[in-house]
Each structure stands twice: as C-alpha cells, then as structure tokens.
Design a protein around this ligand. Sequence first.
Ligand code: GLU
Length: 494
Amino acid sequence: MRNIRVRFAPSPTGALHIGGARTALYNWLFARQQGGKFILRIEDTDFRRSREDSAQGIVEGLSWLGLDWDEGPDIGGPLGPYRQSERGDIYSHYLQELLDSGRAYYCFCTPEDLQKEREEAAQEKRDYKYGGRCRALKPEEASEMLQAGKPAVIRLKVPLDGNTIVPDLIRGDVSFSNALFDDFIIAKSDGWPTYNFAVVVDDFSMQISHVLRAEEHLSNTPRQLLIYRALGFKEPSFAHLSMILAPDRSKLSKRHGAISVQEFKNQGYLPEALVNYLALLGWSTGKDIDIWNREEMMREFSLEHISKSPAIYDLEKLAWMNGQYMMRLDIENLMTLLAPQARQRGWLNEDNSDYFQQAVELVRNRAKTRDELLDALGYFFEEVKQYDEKGVKKHFGQQKASTMLSEVLEIVSNMGSFSAAELEEAFRQRAQELEIKAADLIHPTRLALSGRTATPGLFELMEVLGQEKCISRLEKALVFIAQLTTHGPEGPNH
Ligand code: GLU
C-alpha cells in the first residue's frame, strides 16, 4: 500500500471560506486516520490576485481549527518549497521536457488573432476552441520567433479524439470527450505556468496520493490527467467533494450570513463545534449521532461515506451544535471565552470576577453562541435602558402594575439576607396575603429588573443582582410606569 499523502492547496485571494475549511478538514481527517501526511501548499502564481495577508489569514484559520500540517511553507519539508511562487525552476524544467518531446508547443497567436477566431466561431454558432494554428510550427520556426522577441504561450498538444476518464472515488468514472478541449495553455507569456500545469507538477513532485478537492475542479481534472499522461507521471486518486449550497439551493455567498472561518472566530464560535459541523456537512456514517469528537471522527472517517449530492448550509444547525459544545465547557474555559469582550465592555475587572461568574452560570444554558451569551448577560452589568415593548403592554400597562411593584419594592427593601429561597418564600407569602397569583408579582418584577420578559429564574437572578440593584431598578420602573399613564400607551420608551 502506498503512503498516504494529501494536500490542501488554497489560492490566497481571499478569506478561508467554510468550503475550503471543509476540504482541508476532510484531507486532514483522511491523513490522520491513515497515518499519512497532510501538506499545505500555497498556490500563489496568480500574482495579480494573490495577497500575503490572505495567505496569513488562511494559515491562522487552519491553525484555529486545529488542522495541523506536516509539511508546508512555514515549517518546510522534504519536497518543498511549498509556495508555488518559489517553484518557478521546477515548472520550467517540466515545461521544457514537454517542449522537447513535442507534447507541447509555443504559440505566438496574438490576442487579435484569437479574437478573430472567436468571432468566426460565434458566426458559425459553434463553441470556441483554439484552432491549433501554431501546432504546425516547426521547432526552428518557433525558436526564430522566440529569438526575435515575439511573446509566446505554451500549449499542450491534446489528443484530437477519444475520451478522458476521471476515476472519482466519490462519483465513479466521469468521462469527458477530448473533443471538448482545445490545446489549452499550460504556461503564460511571462513563463509562469497556469493552474492546471502547476498543480500537476506539484502533486506529482510532492508525491500526493489522493487529491480531495472541491467539485468545482472536476472539469479541470481531465485536463490535468492529460498533463500527467504527457509527462508520464503516475496519477493520484481523485475525489471531488460536493458543493455546499445555501438553504434555497443557490450558490452560497455573503448574503447567506457568515461564510468565512474568520467571521465565526470573531463571533466567538468554538473551533471544535465548527469542525464537527463541517465534518457532517457532506459526510455521514449513517449513525444518528451529531456530536463527534476529533478522535471519533478520525476513526470513523471514510471516503465511501462522502455524499454525492450537495450539502445544504444550515447556520441554525451550526449554532445549535455550538451550543452543545458551549454546554460542555467548564466554567473556567467559558470565562476565558467571554473575557476579552467582557473586559472591553467594562463588565469584568479584578474586583468582580465572582459576580461575573455567578451571572454566567445563571444564563449559560440560555445561549448557543458567545455573542448570544454576552447578550443574555447585559442587564447584570448595565442599567436597564429600555423595557421590552410587548412586556410593557402586558405587565406595565395594567392599572395594578404599580401596586404590584410597590409591594415587591417593600418586600425587597425589608429583606435581611437576600437568597433566592428567602425571596421566593417572601413573594409567595405576600401573594397569598393579597390573594393574587405569585406570577402577578413575578412578571412585572422580571421586566423591571432586566428589561426583558424571559430570563433565568427570577429569584436566582435577584440573588445574583443583589439587593441594591434590585431596589434601584424597581424604583426606576415605578417612575417609568407613572410616566406611562401621563404619556399614554406609547409610553416614555418613545
Ligand atoms: N488552488 C485551488 C483553489 O484554491 C485548489 C487547487 C486544487 O485543490 O487542486 O481552488
């Protein structure tokens, strides 16, 4: 059995998108499971579009996801360099080999020549293919023109008939008629290879055994196979991963919400949750289990179980999964996750970490993401500036609201100690005396203390907030209600 060597080969022209991250993850899982090597290669020969910050971002994204590589631009390795821009000599060597063997040729057709060919094709209503004019040039003619300084690209001599079959591990044999292809360009006039040529030379010379990449490359693969054959290279196995589509089955784009790894990182998603979600986006063991840790995934992963049909991107499912991982975090790690934002907002400092922790423990199960959790924590650290509108109508609008809150204010002001159990007892007792339901006291109080209609248990919340904050917020709510009656139903909220 040959050594398993796989690679992730991003072009650094933008952020690491979830599609790319999934490709990297499947390669990584496969390598780790098989005891193989996972290689990172930066494909930066599109000099106009490649950017160093994008390469950096991709590297950071992969590291954040915990997808470590065995060979790559930063750590080197025996078959480098691992950046295409540093591999010019290697490409030139193989280009020359193809020219020498007559499997490729220089083409001097000018953009105007090609434009003319294109127009003719359009007139005759056929798909455009390069007509092959320079295929017939003799080597002496070509070198004369080169010497005269005429710009030239290099084209591959593609077989004029027959088929090229891509044996795909996920979708079986996919056949392409060679008549579809023209003698395509393998090196541009600046001497640098095109993507298809560079990728073949790299995959061969880095001894890649399996190419697992996005379905959008499937149409490139027959061209690459033609290059493998022209060079006499051993071919790797191929697997093309199905697309990730938006919920409406359109192409996934920014308008569908966060799609880059960096965005999820910024929003405080947990890398483990994102990895788990991406793993199941197009791969399934048939077991009805959603939460997999890395070891389990590595054990179970197999190319046979990768889906042929497109995967549907579901941010809600991802948030749910993130919530599952948040629930499993111990309080220290959860505090660490929240700390940078909490400090920035002035919610956390050296003196209040106990208070902060109590608040977090109380609301943690109400949030699926870090940002939701921060949102749920707001009223512990900031005064209530607004009351939920529906809540105002329901709980502050009624005549008795002010009576209820006055009762609560009195209870709260007279409490000696301030525990949830004692508060509950006091509320229940007062409700009995007044012959009302405890809920009549509870609902307006919740709104007064938090501005919201849904919170964790009111008495626990009061215990954490403490007597002082409870008193001042109840007083403030009473003023608000008094203004409500003067301002009418729209209230002083407006
Ligand atoms: N550089 C290509 C891309 O970012 C991937 C090439 C490959 O995987 O063969 O789409």
